[in-house]
Design a protein around this ligand. Structure first.
Ligand code: HEM
Length: 483
């Protein structure tokens, strides 16, 4: 382990510096952060490609700010909550998403909110957040439950299902309804699904597979299929926009909001921008939520007492009916399960930023082309902030309380004294996840709907997660036991 290591005092100093209180820095200004020495020519690329999560998890050994080179780029990994907060909140205007993230957007030819910067981003975010108000989420909630019921009812007793595949189908159906108001069975929803699948296959092969290391200029089959599906989804969105603009009714899906919405200057988003946003929301909202649900199911099936606690809560709150949006505040254990699953397996395991110009973080020099990776995966499992960091313990998120009648009840709580950015599955600062409320609602409602009907037993005994569009679990087989 190389010096300097960050101590609790150093962290306080760093936070004080962020507040404008100048004091001693952690290392002489301008020192590059410590880090592994890669093989000549290929730097750390091979180690990264061989096992990205293991490589990434080893970085805190060099300190809370550590540097490596891979893919011909320089990366700095930040593993301290106070420094994460500094980057995404206090010094937000000094950083942008950066070239590395943008390369991914360019490869997929997807723009939209995630990839927008500056004034353009602000305008888009203001318009789009109208689709994620509590009232809107309430209107999507029933569809989420309908889709979860449809999925679970399609399973038979004793059947082995791939839960990753099933959750991916579930979240895509729920998203297609909320974004486009297209139902499963509608041929137009299939066109959206085709695009999503083609996008997954293409990004797997080009960005996360061998072609990322050994680029070739001959378009692969995955690329050709992706380009075809993209042209088709663009045509579909154009059709739907024309339909919505010609209709009297105000739909509450995102597409309607964009089709009839206006920016403060009275202009409407052009068709191309609407397509971009919808593609981006499919990209950002589908696999992430499916990933969180997959790990939640797998972790639950490994801990009988948590599963029975969850069943008990859902039975007490819902009785003989399915859950609704109004039940959410009472489903504290359900929410704790979702939170804890995302602590251990955050769907986006690290956030990336790049400074606009060379800067200093915790005393270390960060060059202008450097990708700063905020190590969510590492921080979520850091024993400085978490007792039993690798253990699935949803009870850490709840406490017992008494209601007005003196009856005991379980409520959400975060009793441990830890920094705010010790847990940030939805990011933070101005660019925090716009779909956070949507995702938490879907997580709670889907889990509650499922546990009312089935128990799941692990068939896949171990999972080896790989960071792709989200933290991919690989296939997760589980046996269904109908309740
Ligand atoms: C469990 C599910 C989800 C997780 C863990 C998640 C996580 C995140 C995180 C960490 C960020 C911030 C990235 C950064 O700062 O670099 C983000 C941004 C974003 N998320 Fe999510 N997300 C989830 C679901 C959703 C859903 C359901 C939608 C939409 C329907 C969505 C849409 C977006 C968008 C558009 C952004 C970019 C926001 C901006 O740049 O202004 N996400 N998400």
């Amino acid at each position: 382990m190389s010096e300097p290591q960050t101590t609790a005092n150093d962290r306080e100093q760093s936070a004080a510096d962020a507040d404008g209180d100048t004091g001693p820095t952690l290392a002489p200004t301008g020192t590059p952060p410590p880090g592994p020495r890669g093989l000549p020519l290929v730097d750390s690329t091979l180690a990264f490609v061989r096992d990205p999560l293991e490589f990434f998890s080893s970085m805190p050994e060099y300190g809370d700010v550590a540097r490596y080179e891979a893919f011909g780029r320089e990366f700095v990994v930040v593993s301290d909550p106070g420094l994460v907060e500094e980057v995404v909140v206090a010094r937000d205007d000094e950083f942008w998403r950066g070239g590395f993230e943008h390369e991914f957007g360019e490869l997929l030819d997807v723009e939209g909110l995630f990839f927008a910067e500056g004034e353009r981003w602000r305008r888009q975010r203001l318009l789009l957040q109208n689709a994620f108000t509590p009232a809107r989420i309430r209107s999507y909630a029933d569809d989420m439950v309908v889709e979860a019921v449809r999925l679970v009812e399609s399973w038979s007793d004793g059947e082995v299902v791939d839960v990753r595949e099933a959750m991916s189908t579930l979240t895509l159906r729920a998203l297609t309804r909320s974004l486009f108001d297209l139902e499963f069975g509608d041929g137009r929803a299939d066109r959206v699904r085709r695009w999503v699948h083609a996008m997954g296959a293409y990004s797997d092969s080009e960005f996360f597979g061998a072609r990322a290391v050994l680029p070739t200029w001959i378009p692969s089959r995955a690329e050709r299929e992706y380009r075809r599906a993209t042209a088709d989804v663009e045509a579909l969105v154009e059709e739907l926009v024309t339909e919505r603009r010609g209709s009297e009714a105000d739909g509450d899906d995102l597409l309607s909001l964009l089709a009839i919405g206006e920016y403060p200057d009275g202009s409407s988003p052009p068709a191309e921008e609407i397509t971009d946003q919808l593609q981006l929301f499919l990209l950002a909202g589908h696999e992430t939520t499916a990933t969180a649900l997959t790990y939640a199911c797998w972790l639950l099936a490994g801990t009988e007492d948590v599963w029975s606690g969850l069943e008990w809560e859902v039975d007490a709150v819902c009785g003989e009916r399915d859950p609704t949006f109004a039940d959410l505040p009472d489903l504290a254990v359900t929410e704790a399960v979702g939170r804890e699953a995302m602590r251990l397996y955050p769907p986006l395991p690290f956030l990336q930023r790049e400074p606009h110009e060379e800067t200093v973080l915790a005393g270390y020099r960060i060059g202008s082309g450097t990708t700063v990776q905020l190590n969510m995966y590492g921080i979520h499992r850091d024993e400085r902030w978490w007792a039993d960091p690798d253990v699935f313990r949803p009870d850490r998120w709840v406490a017992n309380d008494e209601d007005a009648d003196g009856d005991e009840r379980t409520v959400l709580a975060d009793p441990d004294d830890r920094p705010e950015y010790a847990y940030f599955p939805f990011g933070g600062g101005s660019r925090h996840c716009i779909g956070m409320r949507f995702a938490m609602t879907e997580l709670q409602l889907s889990l509650a709907t499922m546990v009312r009907r089935v128990d799941l037993e692990r068939v896949t005994e171990s999972i080896d997660p790989t960071p792709k569009i989200s933290l991919d679990s690989g296939p997760v087989e589980m046996r269904v036991r109908k309740r």
